[in-house]
Design a protein. Structure first.
Length: 166
């Protein structure tokens, strides 16, 4: 999956592939192979060759993260260029129906609402685990959940529509 990672004043092209605890990453054309181990809730050990890094990740929303690595905090926003070309955002549209879209490949951990449920803006809809982090996808607006397109345990790809709210 190819993504863009936005840091203040910088943008990087990122490609990620996971196989269990192993991660292959390409960042701005440079290749990295890492072993990713869960250390605690939102904390990970990254092993790259003989180097070990402690990393803490805090989700701000489905596309924004605060990542602390080597004692330095970084605000990172992740976007899928393919979705931008199609004219979709992670939340869909402000009027009419809104699509909740998976920002990256992962596994659905929990579905928090059923189709037909009335929800407020910001209410949790579905939880997806990606890169060993759980991301709660939230309703971008108040409305009625007209469809849930994934169930717990399902694998999803970047750009998959997980739910629709009208």
């Amino acid at each position: 999956m190819k993504l863009k990672a936005h840091l203040p004043g910088k943008e990087h092209e990122v490609s990620l592939c996971f196989d269990g605890e192993l991660a292959a990453a390409e960042i701005d054309g440079r290749d990295y192979e890492l072993e990713v181990r869960t250390w605690g809730h939102g904390e990970y050990l990254l092993l790259h060759g003989t180097a070990v890094y402690k990393c803490r990740v805090r989700n701000k929303d489905s596309q924004s993260f605060e990542v602390t690595l080597a004692g330095q905090s970084h605000e990172i926003t992740v976007t899928d260029p393919k979705r931008l070309l199609r004219g979709h955002s992670a939340a869909g549209h402000d009027h009419g129906s809104a699509e909740i879209v998976s920002p990256m490949p992962g596994k659905v951990v929990r579905v928090l609402v059923e189709a037909g449920a009335k929800v407020e803006a910001g209410a949790g809809i579905i939880v997806v685990e990606a890169m060993k982090m759980q991301n709660e996808m939230k309703a971008p607006k108040a409305g009625v959940v007209v469809s849930i397109n994934a169930e717990a345990g399902a694998t999803v790809n970047a750009g998959d529509v997980l739910a629709v709210i009208e």
